[in-house]
Design a protein around this ligand. Structure first.
Ligand code: FPP
Length: 249
């Protein structure tokens, strides 16, 4: 029985989020420049996106460029932005063929104009696709998202649209850039690092975390299925006890 066949379709995570880490180390290990690692990382993006669609995952969020990544050497930032634009352009037919909708979370205004245009046109072109949502986190950080949400709530309290007593979990959630999607049940990080790096802090409150030593360019379809199977073994208690869950209390 293949790993894919072992997956229980009824217990599939609806949303998987991935911190794609290790491109630089992968390239260095081969005596190549970091950007070589990012290029190979794109091949893994394609493999994993198609595998998620195949297995029936509805949302896949990829941490492609963080707010903090702007502090990398200028040539690496430029190369990454060009890679993103080229990939979106080149992969549009595959997104259409696979009925995948592209969307975005992050600070759109901070992206270079070329990237903004390509992102906007790819999102528009795929907006009617229904099989899976591929969400790119670009110029994104969870703290950035929380700060913009807090500012907008403050504005709406001031202009009378929101009353202070109406501020609760649901309202805060509705101001985040992730408000249209379910929270990820499973968060994967590659490359052996065990941290969250300012990714989806609010949304992963109850996510299952899966860390693998594999560097992102080496992460395969089988590795994804292994992560899903690991997730399916876990007991998600959401603060309750095991006994409560088994008695459905
Ligand atoms: C982390 O590895 C990876 C990134 C910061 C960039 C990831 C981007 C891609 C794979 C391209 C994505 C393209 C699309 C279309 C989604 P790192 O550079 O931090 O590696 P290191 O930790 O080994 O230095």
């Amino acid at each position: 029985m293949s790993l894919k066949e072992k997956i229980d379709e009824k217990k599939l995570p609806e949303h998987i989020a991935i911190i794609m880490d290790g491109n630089g180390r992968w390239a260095k290990g081969k005596g190549k420049l970091r950007i070589f690692g990012h290029h190979n990382g794109v091949t893994t993006v394609k493999t994993i996106t198609e595998a998620c669609a195949k297995v029936g995952v509805k949302y896949l969020t990829l941490y492609a460029f963080s707010t903090e990544n702007w502090n990398r050497p200028a040539f690496e930032v430029k190369a990454l932005m060009e890679l993103l634009v080229d990939t979106m352009k080149k992969e549009l037919p595959t997104l259409q063929k696979n009925n995948i909708r592209l969307s975005f979370i992050g600070n759109f205004n901070d992206l270079p104009e070329k990237c903004q245009k390509q992102l906007a046109s790819t999102m528009e072109a795929t907006s009617q696709n229904t099989r899976m949502n591929l969400v790119l986190a670009l110029s994104y950080s969870a703290k950035w998202d929380l700060v913009q949400a807090i500012k907008n709530i403050a504005v709406d309290v001031k202009n009378g649209k929101v009353k202070e007593e109406e501020i609760n979990d649901k309202l805060v959630n509705s101001y985040l850039s992730t408000h249209k999607m379910p929270h990820p049940e499973l968060l994967i990080r590659t490359s052996g690092e065990k941290r969250i790096s300012n990714f989806l802090l609010w949304e992963i409150a109850y996510s299952e975390l899966y860390f693998t030593e594999k560097l992102w360019p080496d992460f395969t379809e089988e590795d994804l299925y292994q992560a899903i199977l690991d997730y399916q073994q876990r007991e998600r208690r959401f603060g309750k006890t095991s006994e409560q869950l088994s008695s459905k209390a």
